[in-house]
Design a protein around this ligand. Structure first.
Ligand SMILES: C[C@@]1(CC(=O)O)c2cc3[nH]c(cc4nc(cc5[nH]c(cc(n2)[C@H]1CCC(=O)O)[C@@](C)(CC(=O)O)[C@@H]5CCC(=O)O)C(CC(=O)O)=C4CCC(=O)O)c(CCC(=O)O)c3CC(=O)O
Ligand SMILES: NC(=O)C1=CN([C@@H]2O[C@H](COP(=O)(O)OP(=O)(O)OC[C@H]3O[C@@H](n4cnc5c(N)ncnc54)[C@H](O)[C@@H]3O)[C@@H](O)[C@H]2O)C=CC1
Length: 211
């Protein structure tokens, strides 16, 4: 069965990453980009993990991790080279209903990572359900190439104008038409439109809909 992609707000959530190698480091950067409060425990860690800790972006404890360390985390990523420890971490997380990712054994995961394309609030996740991370990574490059430049900026601008349009236009079907038209224009402009252009467009649509 394919995995379902929930899009979750992880801002401020405590993300415990156990292990400090290359895979752990990749997951640290990913989680930081989405605003999680990252805590790393590993006896040794890649330079970038130490550097992020020095900058105060993450917390890093240079020590071996025990399964009890997962208590209190909102979700956990086990990325050590010690399979037995990864398994013990997974078991404890599952018994406490803490979502857990084990980077080297999919069966021990309750969630897995997709390959990600991000432009502002636009996020595309590609998963093969573990069948082939290489394929997920390759498709990511194609998806990135298919998203027009400025799409993230256009989405950000739409977000800023959403409430204004809702307040001005009572009818949902008319709003929908306006949102599609604005989205089209903002996407081709690669960002926002001038206030005057938007107001004129809304007035025109309202006149049309009132006959
Ligand atoms: C199940 C999963 C668990 C998880 O980690 O969440 C998992 C498991 C494993 N990956 C392994 C290997 C590789 N992983 C990558 C890369 C990525 N792996 C990622 C996710 C996932 N990897 C989850 C499933 C994703 C899905 O398919 O839906 C990505 C998408 C996201 C990320 O990690 O952040 C990221 C792309 C980042 C990007 O560029 O965007 C590469 C390629 C490379 O590094 O260039 C290789 C070598 C090539 C290959 O093996 O295909 C091995 C060791 C196999 C062995 O021992 O040989 C295991 C363990 C196993 O297979 O059991
Ligand atoms: N999911 C994925 O995308 C991929 C997963 N893998 C798997 O991920 C695992 C980790 O890979 P790398 O980061 O390259 O390994 P690595 O060898 O660079 O790092 C392992 C880390 O585990 C830490 N560690 C060992 N014992 C520990 C303990 N008791 N407590 C806390 N930390 C401990 C070490 O200090 C080190 O930082 C490997 O088992 C590999 O098979 C490999 C490639 C991709």
């Amino acid at each position: 069965m394919a995995y379902f992609p929930f899009y979750m707000d992880v801002e401020g959530m405590v993300c415990l990453i156990v292990g400090g190698g290359k895979v752990a480091s990749r997951k640290v950067f990913t989680m930081l980009e989405y605003g999680a409060a990252v805590r790393v425990i590993a006896p040794e860690a890649e330079e970038e993990i130490a550097a992020l800790a020095e900058m105060g972006r993450i917390s890093y404890e240079a020590r071996a991790c025990a399964p009890e360390d997962v208590d209190g985390a909102d979700f956990v990523i086990a990325a050590t080279s010690d399979e037995g420890l990864n398994r013990a971490i997974s078991r404890r997380c599952k018994s406490l209903r803490i979502p857990v990712n084990v980077v080297d054994v999919q069966e021990e995961c309750s969630f897995i990572f997709p390959a990600l394309v991000k432009d502002g609030d636009i996020v595309v996740g590609i998963s093969t359900g573990g069948a082939s991370p290489a394929i997920a990574r390759m498709l990511k490059d194609r998806v990135r190439a298919a998203i027009p430049e400025g799409a993230g900026a256009a989405a950000g601008w739409m977000k800023e104008n959403r409430e204004m349009v809702k307040a001005l236009v009572d009818s949902q079907p008319v709003r929908e038409e306006i949102f599609y038209r604005l989205a089209e224009l903002a996407m081709s402009a690669g960002g926002g439109l001038e206030d005057g252009t938007v107001k004129r467009m809304i007035e025109r649509k309202l006149e049309e809909s009132h006959g």
